[in-house]
Write a protein that binds this ligand. Sequence first.
Ligand SMILES: O=C(O)CCC(=O)C(=O)O
Ligand SMILES: [Fe+2]
Length: 207
Amino acid sequence: MACPLAPLDLKGVAVWRGLLAPEAQEALVAAVRGVAAEAPLLRPVTPWGKPMTVRMTSAGRVGWIVSGGRYRYATEHPETGRPWPAIPEPALAVWRAVSGWAGDPDSMLVNWYGEGARMGLHRDANENAYEAPVVSVSLGDPGLFRVGGPRREDATASLWLESGDVAVMGGAARLAYHGVDRIRFGTSRLLAGGGRLNLTFRVVSDV
Ligand SMILES: O=C(O)CCC(=O)C(=O)O
Ligand SMILES: [Fe+2]
């Protein structure tokens, strides 16, 4: 892994610009294709009945799903009924390099942004294990990442996350509101056909 001296600070979120070299990015994309082959991408529907624009799947002990109108972690893929695939080794390597956490994560969420996809402002608050950071890897097309504070109405700051960037939401920023306003579809050559992949790693207490 390339080693920038220090991360950039976006409202307490540490952003390691260009941490992943092109070969490391390719390896992650191949690993994610393997995960999606075993655990197909889903299009979750919010508890308010709106289908999300981002498609998702997971790897690890548990995966984030929407079921019965609520967000939760589950040990099986909701459509195949099978356990989630293991978190691939090249993905664990990123967590180990930047998380500062002794153990491995319980979950890797795969977010796939096609043309026009976005993610509204939210907090990652279903884990019940907030001492551990959330580590987020960006691959493919740039995404406009917005971060605020612990309250929805707090002022926000934005940054284009590019392929190979890694963001760490820990400490006071662990429960900050954040989202992705839009992507620059088709501007990266990492993913044939365009789009953005985001991988988020989390420690989750028993479900
Ligand atoms: O796509 C991103 O950069 C953010 C994803 C995110 O916030 C989430 O999965 O909770
Ligand atoms: Fe999030």
